[in-house]
Design a protein around this ligand. Structure first.
Ligand code: GLN
Length: 250
């Protein structure tokens, strides 16, 4: 089995080691005998809609977001077709913001989004910084937790058809008020959680891998469990930090 992963703007959107999410997906795929074909996609390079099983976009400061936002927004039709076609998506922080309708930065400049998620983001005066713990139910009846780190000025407001990724147990989340974090649309996920996210949340890495395989093969595979003791310890430490030092304005 081979899956194709498109990593958008890795030279621009990659803060807090978000690149590590790709390393985790690649290794966890290899441990199951799944070949992951990694393709960096820069400005003006094509996403092969229907060919890419997972699209990934990381986080970035306002400056880097402004450099790629027009290019990303111009990909709206391709990205919409990819999501409608069942490709998996993981978008982190700045990349998450730019998959909404727009991001209005601290200067008041409005960066266009790709409109994959029904949301918009407006930067506030103080940054939302700290460890975060979420409770998610990404499959009916399967309540899981996600632990990570957030650092964003953006306050993300979900629109009427948007579904949050999870409920905030500790930390700010989308806007520090709604009690929700991230956004989920089918196999597409947007989140503020850095860390990088996937090493300390192996269940989500495997969920994304399974969705990518399903896009390629038609069936969601039952991936064999891995010995995730280290990952579980990392999750426990991150969750503990969220309880003791989550959510402070910077
Ligand atoms: N520049 C955006 C903000 O400040 C996103 C930051 C990030 O990707 N960590 O909200």
């Amino acid at each position: 089995m081979k899956i194709r992963v498109a990593h958008l703007y890795p030279d621009y959107l990659n803060i807090y080691a978000d690149r590590g999410n790709m390393a985790v997906l690649s290794q966890r795929a290899a441990w199951r005998g799944i070949e992951l074909e990694y393709r960096p996609v820069g400005v003006a390079e094509a996403i092969q809609v229907g060919e890419d099983d997972l699209v990934y976009v990381g986080g970035g400061q306002d400056r880097e977001q402004a450099l790629i936002a027009p290019d990303l927004a111009a990909r709206a039709p391709e990205l919409e077709a990819a999501v409608e076609g069942g490709a998996a998506v993981l978008a982190v922080c700045g990349g998450y913001q730019l998959l909404g309708h727009f991001y209005r930065d601290r200067s008041g400049a409005e960066l266009p989004g790709a409109g994959v998620f029904d949301l918009h983001t407006v930067a506030g005066e103080r940054r939302m910084i700290g460890d975060v713990l979420l409770e998610c139910e990404i499959e009916p009846g399967e309540r899981r937790t996600l632990a990570g780190f957030e650092n964003h000025a953006g306050r993300t407001i979900l629109g009427p058809v948007a579904e949050p990724l999870g409920r905030v147990v500790s930390g700010f989340g989308n806007d520090g008020e709604s009690g929700f974090e991230g956004c989920r649309r089918g196999r597409a996920i947007g989140t503020y959680l850095h860390g990088p996210l996937l090493p300390r949340n192996p269940w989500l890495a495997d969920w994304l891998l399974a969705q990518a395989v399903a896009h390629r093969s038609g069936d969601v595979p039952d991936l064999e469990p891995l010995p995730d003791e280290l990952e579980a310890q990392a999750h426990t430490v991150a969750a503990g930090r969220a309880h003791t030092r989550g959510g402070r304005f910077g």
